[in-house]
Write a protein that binds this ligand. Sequence first.
Ligand code: NAD
Length: 502
Amino acid sequence: MMNTQEIYDALGLTDADVKGGDLKVYSPTDGSEIAAVKTDSVEETKSKIAQSVTAFKAWRKVPAPRRGELVRILGNILREKKEALGALVTLECGKIYQEGLGEVQEMIDICDYAVGQSRMLHGLTIVSERPLHKMREIWQPLGPVGIISAFNFPVAVWSWNAALALVCGNSTIWKSSEKSPVTALACQKLFELACAEFGDDAPKGLSQTLTGDRDIGEALVASESVALISATGSSAMGRIVGANVAKRFGKSILELGGNNAITVSKHADLDLAFQGIVFGTVGTCGQRCTTTRRLFVHDDVYDALIPRIKKAFAGVSIGNPLDEGTLMGPLIDEDSFNNMQKALELAKSNGGVVTGGGRAIQEEYPNAYYVNAALVEMKGEVNNVKTETFAPILYVFKYTDLDDAIFRQNDVPQGLSSAIFTTNILEAEIFTSEVGSDCGIANVNIGTSGAEIGGAFGGEKETGGGRESGSDAWRGYMRRMTSTVNYSTELPLAQGIKFDTE
Ligand code: NAD
């Protein structure tokens, strides 16, 4: 495994990038300082936005398939740098190396997808009600796209947005999480390498990064020059950002918190369910937006499943996420650990029986926050949990009637991901029907986390309603223009209106 300096060297990060700055970055793996990066001021933010506007005006004129060529080159560079960038993701945000690599693979996948999309920015042709007229829908570049990202997917979220935004003819400006700025600087280096290979068609400032706290995010959100804000993070953040963008009639894509549930039917293949639940809970140490947080288990299979999950949680290998064999790395920081403990205390006071959930390997890593995954059997009155705690806590509930399980699954403010394990086709179809799950993602015999880029990603209610990645998400990065052309010598009005000017 590469050490920190080797990772920086491989990604082209110099001392000027990672030393001497005012924002100190600590690795959640051991609490050590790995960088001190320079933050942007609000004034610098404004000047980067102005640069982004200039870049957009040039880039929108480059033919879309040629724009795709830049994204193709970026995808190839990501293939070459996959190990180094994956290791940096692990170092800076603490997910295990396999997941760090997976995150970079997701970037490569969306680049491939966007390259294909660059030749498919199709609009409709529509018949006109008037003689010798035709109507068409034309998709136009939108403008500078502001990307705000969370710490837990420090690079993939940028690429989901940037790859599509770029082929659609937009410039991008990325405010990374203050907890993971180094991965953003690394992506910018790789983007600049791609531009150098691509040539002069890529204007200066086509993609830029902003480093800093929420005030920098606020300046980006407030700017009328930024046509679209795509913001990923907590629902609390989205509530503010969404309202502020709406105030200036900007567009937004909001990808916010989740409170995801798996339902395990009496007809489930319990081996599959077991695997899906354990990965969904402990993956990224419970810090995925799609992490499995609630489990509804049919009475008849409760005793066969729950002890097995408890055993797996107790046995999962916790350790430095850079070490091979580790399945669970640390929480991002002390605040996260404290929030987890508070949630467990609350569950106990509501009659929940908690197994696990304490601090782990503290002697080895006194300045990092490793934990055991917690399983909480909810007893008594409480039959649901409605808030997202960004930590590996699985709340378990019994059910007897599927309609009741679906009702309780949906009876939360968030609506991101959901899943049912069943081999009964009727149950599976009900779950994915109009009276089933109300989430943006509803899986059958697959857990809640680990989406592919081909589908549209996002969720309903307090998850924000935004969609990114595959399907027709590209349309969110473009401006829809309806154009009617008259090729007659008359000027008939729509709806047959008579308006005689002579
Ligand atoms: P966070 O909301 O604390 O921060 C996210 C980003 O928003 C950061 O870059 C932050 O600086 C910025 N920000 C905060 N307030 C802002 C404001 N008022 N104006 C502009 N920018 C502002 O989130 P986090 O702790 O980094 O990430 C965890 C959260 O993100 C969880 O809730 C998780 O579910 C969610 N998440 C959602 C998705 C999704 O696709 N739905 C993906 C990843 C993470």
